[in-house]
Design a protein around this ligand. Structure first.
Ligand code: ZN
Length: 217
């Protein structure tokens, strides 16, 4: 047996069976994350490296904003669908986010010419500046979709509010499964924060977001 296989088998036997929300098949379900576990680890490690007084990410919720090590999880997806999310978006995205010594996504924008200049933001074409917009878009849609198909316990006794994805929900699901094109009714704008206070912060997918002073991808 190859080293490393055994924990996965042991893990599978303890996984509850249920209907995976993505492939809609009855399978053992992973303890899925609303925001990927690796994102928490990355931010926590980088906060430690940057010597923040509290290394835990700041959780920004509807009514509570606080440092917490708690991750938002529930049994939602099967292993195959988790792997799909990893390969098609998360693995790339993790490499792009802020670290104390660099911020690859922002560093790339800083080397490029903006297409638009607004009063408090710059606008870029992600494709034109060489950003893998397929993976960025897939990752973002996967997070919004997760927030639209499940009510999550987000800590501090609160539950998430399901995002209303409307008629796009089915098409997003098929797109995430690689069984359909990106829905024509969707426009995705990614914001890259330039202010230091926003780095090390995890904002859960929710309907209303505060305006941020930052360039757009
Ligand atoms: Zn599945």
């Amino acid at each position: 047996m190859i080293q490393g296989q055994q924990p996965r088998i042991a893990e599978t036997t303890s996984m509850p069976k249920g209907i995976c929300k993505l492939c809609q098949k009855t399978k053992p379900l992973e303890n899925s994350h609303l925001i990927p576990r690796a994102m928490y680890q990355r931010i926590r490690d980088e906060n430690v490296r940057a010597s923040w007084s509290n290394p835990d990410p700041i959780h920004v919720g509807k009514t509570v904003t606080a440092h917490t090590s708690r991750q938002v999880t529930d049994y939602v997806l099967c292993t195959a669908c988790e792997d799909l999310f990893n390969k098609k978006g998360e693995t790339w995205m993790i490499q792009q986010v802020w670290r104390s010594t660099a911020f690859p996504l922002l560093d790339r924008l800083n080397l490029a010419h903006p297409q638009f200049e607004f009063q408090d933001a710059l606008g870029y074409s992600g494709t034109a500046v060489g950003i893998d917009t397929d993976k960025l878009g897939y990752f973002a849609l996967s997070v919004f979709w997760r927030a639209g198909v499940h009510i999550w316990s987000v800590g501090f006794g609160q539950k998430s509010t399901k995002l209303d994805l409307g008629i796009a929900e089915k098409d997003i699901r098929l797109f995430l499964l690689s069984q359909g094109p990106i829905p024509q009714t969707i426009a995705l704008i990614a914001t890259v924060c330039t202010d230091q206070e926003s780095m090390g912060v995890i904002v859960l997918a929710q309907r209303e977001m505060e305006k941020r002073r930052s360039p757009l991808v």
